[in-house]
Design a protein around this ligand. Structure first.
Ligand code: NDP
Length: 306
């Protein structure tokens, strides 16, 4: 039985559909969808994420702009930039790459984005809309995960879904989306007692903790569907051998490239116990970008038809 949920191929399908829709709009004389990605500072991971988003835009016919600003930019200058982007007709989506440098107030900056162009879905207006069952721009990672579960025909109605992690960008919004599909949802966090007792009853288990291989065999019910959101870097070869005892290609990655990735779930535990699970990489990561493109196209289609 096929056990892996291939996020990359589901993402490719979503992107191909958006590309075709974009071409259809172009055929009717409309401009392309536009995304502005704002990158502040020198965070190497942020640079990789922004480049990958901009590249994806180009591959599906979107217009995009990468706006890079110095680490020491003043709050007022960021607000002016956001306002300028809010007012530009050809920009449908504004993405402020997180994390921001410490001196910048993240919430105030995210709240300055026009909710209609808030393609990350982090604005309180959009989070509120989600809460009152009128979702519009939904945070990208949860949006992508829901598309994946749907694609693999995972039944959610009446099932026990346990989400480990309650962040504003993953755990909380995903819990609401699962609830909307009539799952019985439990949210766990760092103060949860008896975590294992709760997670081991989950039909659908979501790991969004940010800790290497944190959930193991004892946390997973036999036959559960496991979605591993975590992305953690492993640089130690001995650790890689423990995490991937039967996957020498991962050890080689550490030897040759200096690192490999692991999620928040111990890989052998997913393999042994889950009926379906997402790999890292190639699981949730590509779906986050697909979610961003879905939101950008949604904003675009709402705006050009006005
Ligand atoms: P955060 O650090 O914002 O949140 C982590 C959550 O895990 C918190 O709610 C925290 O609880 C909880 N937690 C921490 N320790 C424990 C514990 N011992 N037991 C139970 N819960 C615990 O992380 P994010 O939600 O932003 O990201 C989670 C992971 O997903 C990271 O590895 C991140 O890199 C990855 N990620 C991947 C994406 C992708 O595209 N694949 C996109 C976004 C994130 P508390 O609230 O009590 O502190």
């Amino acid at each position: 039985m096929q056990k892996i949920m291939n996020g990359k191929s589901v993402s490719d399908e979503i992107l191909a559909k958006i590309k075709a829709d974009t071409e259809e709009f172009a055929g009717r004389g409309f401009r392309p969808p536009g995304l502005a990605a704002v990158l502040i500072g020198e965070n190497p991971a942020s640079k990789i994420y922004v480049n990958s988003k901009v590249k994806t835009c180009a591959s599906i016919g979107f217009y995009s702009e990468k706006i890079e600003k110095d680490e020491n930019i003043k709050f007022k200058e960021v607000l002016d930039l956001v306002n300028e982007l809010n007012n530009r007709e050809e920009i449908d989506g504004i993405l402020i790459q997180l994390p921001l440098p410490e001196h910048l107030p993240e919430s105030m900056i995210l709240e300055a984005v026009n909710p209609q162009k808030d393609v990350d879905g982090f604005h309180p207006h959009n989070l509120g809309k989600l809460f009152i069952d009128e979702p519009n721009m939904v945070p990208c990672t949860p949006l992508g995960i829901m598309a994946l579960l749907k694609k693999y025909g995972v039944e959610l109605k009446g099932k026990n879904a346990v989400v480990v992690g309650r962040s504003r960008i993953v755990g909380k919004p995903l819990s609401i989306l699962l609830l909307r599909e009539n799952a019985t949802v439990t949210i766990c966090h760092s103060r949860t007692e008896n975590l294992e007792q709760i997670t081991s009853k989950a039909d659908i288990l979501i790991a969004a903790v940010g800790k290497k291989a944190f959930l193991t065999h004892k946390h997973i019910k036999e036959g559960a569907v496991v979605v591993d959101v975590g992305i953690n870097r492993v640089t130690d070869i001995e650790e890689a051998k423990k995490l991937y005892p039967d996957n020498e290609s991962r050890w080689k990655q550490v030897e040759e490239k200096g690192s490999t990735l692991v999620g928040d779930v111990f890989p052998p535990a997913m393999k042994d116990k889950a009926s379906l699970y997402t790999p890292v990489p190639g699981g949730v990561g590509p779906l986050t970008i697909a979610g961003l493109m879905m939101n950008t196209f949604l904003s675009y289609s709402q705006r050009v038809k006005k």
